[in-house]
Structures are given as C-alpha cells and as structure tokens.
Ligand binder design. Structure first.
Ligand code: ADP
Ligand code: MG
Length: 325
C-alpha cells in the first residue's frame, strides 16, 4: 500500500507531473520543503501549510495559539530540510471581522516570528469558513539540505524531544468539559497548541543526518515516508520511544506515541560514524535526541517489544482523502 493512499496519491496524480523541468529545482514536490538553487551560493527552501477549523484545530482554540501554530508548522517543514527561516506570507479566510480575535491571533503569530527573526512580507485576506495558511521561505547555506531520501541500512533512527504529547493533549482538551486545564494536562495542551519548531536542530543536523522529516502525521506514518523515499525499512524499539513525564503521568498510550500527530519533532537517520558528532551537537542545540531504532535493507516498518517480539507497524496517521478513489 502506498503511504496515505488518498492524499499522497492525489498529489502524485495531479501535481507531481505538473512540475516543469526547470534549472535550479533540487528538491520539488514530495519533501517537507522544496529546495531551489537560486544564486549558486545557497538554497532557498519553500513550503506552505494550511490549517482548517475543526480539521486541524478545534474551533475554540485560543486565537494566539492558532497564530503561533500556523507559523510553527511551517517553520517545522523548513527545519526538516535544515533551513533558516527568513520570510513568510499569511493567508487568512475569516468568517467575520472580530478585532479582539485578530488582535490575539496576530500577537501569537508575531511573538513566534520575532523569536525566529522571520519577516511577514505578504499574504491574502478573504471571507469564508475559518482557515489560515502560511507560505514560508528560508535559506540553507553552504550545504545541500536534508531530505527524506538519504537513509541507508545500518543508520540509526532518531527523534528529537518526546512523542505523543500533542495527541494526548488533544484528547484531554476535548474531554475537559468547560473546565480549564492545569498541571500536566496544561503542559500537554501547550505541546498541541504551541509546538516548538526544531529549527536549530535541523540546522545542526546539516551534513550529519542522512535523512530527515518533521513529525506532523505521527511517527509510523512519517517514518514510513522516509523509508519509502529511501528504499529501505526499519525496526524501532517500542520501549525506546521518548515519553515526557506529563505523558507518563496522564497515562498516554502506545498508539499515541506511534500514530499521534502534531508533535512537530524531527525524525532523522544517522550513519554510525556520525554518532560521536551527535553527542556534541545535541549539547549545543539543547534539545534531547533519542535513538529509537535502526534502518534495514528489508522494506517496511517493524516494532520490537520489550520481550523481543517483532511485528509490522502500519502507518495509521491522518489522511485527508483516505478511502476516496
Ligand atoms: P507536510 O506534511 O510535510 O507539510 P504534505 O503531506 O502536506 O507535507 O505534502 C506532501 C508533499 O506534497 C509536499 O512536498 C508538498 O509540497 C506537496 N504538495 C501537497 N499538495 C500539493 C499541491 N496541491 N501541489 C503541489 N505539491 C503539493
Ligand atoms: Mg513536513
């Protein structure tokens, strides 16, 4: 089965072939960001991601969280190719003109943009069901950029941060009734609403990691994309999957670790010779990085339990057009 039979097949059928063969397109449709050689010195990275109310976020999300999130998910796609974010364009489709909402939304957007030194240089504003979209541009200096296709047998499989927090945060948020979340649930909701794009980690992995992707649709689905693009397989150790103290305290499940979306951590592969370099790099970046498995020649993704039992792991992440021909 191709990954994400619906959405991925749709893109392949109608848009992959639409690309003109043009000089300078180093990486086009199919990776986290495109990489464009525009001046021979560095590469321009470009991506765009849209968030639709009640599909990508609960409609009652705090507006500042939505402003943060729409930018963060795009900076995460730039991080996945190792780019430094520079410019963004913002498209808004709004059901009404609500100054208080717009104030809070733009605050959330601006605070994150300021932190990464990103300039808003354009966009579009229309009337309709709530949906927000960002196009982000960044630079990859002096290196070819990370991509999904470079994993080789023997490489380690690594992830930044912890997994499953956003999925558990969403479950707690949706089950909160009218109550406000505090303590561990608030941390988990923060991971959902205010993901931290791993920009410094992506930059640091340039020239070290053999492949990378950001985790938007769940580890099993996104890692399977790397495996498919690289023509390899992998076995991951289920007990090695990194869990936050809040995830453990609130009883997060293995399904949330493997299939929960929206973590926006990076998953990358690392040749054995680079492991020593990673120890330094990890300290410099200040983000935990955990080895969770090994790339193998046999295609497919497998999970090894604590008792040594190995079973196939099927991608079960969100697909917008799953089940449609
Ligand atoms: P991500 O989750 O990393 O944002 P997506 O799953 O949204 O990636 O998209 C997969 C790939 O398909 C990306 O390279 C994206 O740029 C490309 N893509 C998605 N939709 C279209 C489209 N309508 N036209 C051209 N390329 C597209
Ligand atoms: Mg991505």
């Amino acid at each position: 089965m191709p990954i994400g039979g619906g959405e991925a097949a749709l893109i392949r059928r109608y848009f992959h072939t639409l690309t003109v063969q043009r000089h300078g397109v180093e990486l086009g449709v199919g990776d986290d960001s495109a990489l464009l050689d525009v001046d021979g010195e560095g590469r321009l990275a470009a991506c765009c991601d849209t968030l639709v109310a009640d599909v990508h976020f609960p409609a009652d999300i705090p507006p500042e969280a939505l402003g943060h999130r729409v930018l963060a998910v795009n900076l995460s796609d730039l991080a996945a190719v190792g780019a430094t974010p520079s410019w963004v364009l913002l498209s808004l489709t709004l059901p009404e003109k609500d100054p208080a909402w717009l104030e809070r939304f733009s605050d959330g957007f601006k605070t994150l943009a300021d932190r990464f030194g990103v300039a808003l240089v354009g966009g579009d504003t229309t009337h309709g069901p709530l949906s927000v979209s960002v196009t982000a541009l960044g630079w990859v200096q002096g290196a070819t950029g990370l991509r999904r296709s470079g994993a080789r047998p023997g490489d380690g499989v690594w992830v930044t941060g912890t997994l499953g927090d956003a999925a558990l945060g969403l479950a707690l948020w949706q089950g909160r009734g009218s109550g406000v979340l505090s303590g561990d649930p608030a941390y988990l909701a923060g991971r959902l609403f205010r993901p931290e794009p791993r920009v410094a980690a992506g930059q640091a992995l340039l020239g070290t990691a053999s492949a990378a992707i950001d985790l938007s649709d769940g580890l099993a689905t996104d890692l399977s994309r790397v495996l498919e693009e690289s023509g390899v397989g992998a076995t991951i150790q289920l007990e090695a999957l990194p869990r936050s103290p809040a995830f453990i305290a609130e009883g997060g499940s293995e399904a949330q670790l493997l299939h929960g979306g929206d973590d926006y951590e990076l998953c990358f592969t690392l040749p054995p010779l680079e492991e020593a370099a990673l120890a330094h790099l990890r300290e410099r970046v200040g983000v935990p990085m955990t080895r969770i498995g090994t790339i193998e020649a046999t295609p497919g993704l497998r999970g090894e339990a604590g008792d040594g039992t190995v079973s196939a792991l099927n991608p079960a992440g969100y697909d917008h057009f799953a089940g449609e021909a």
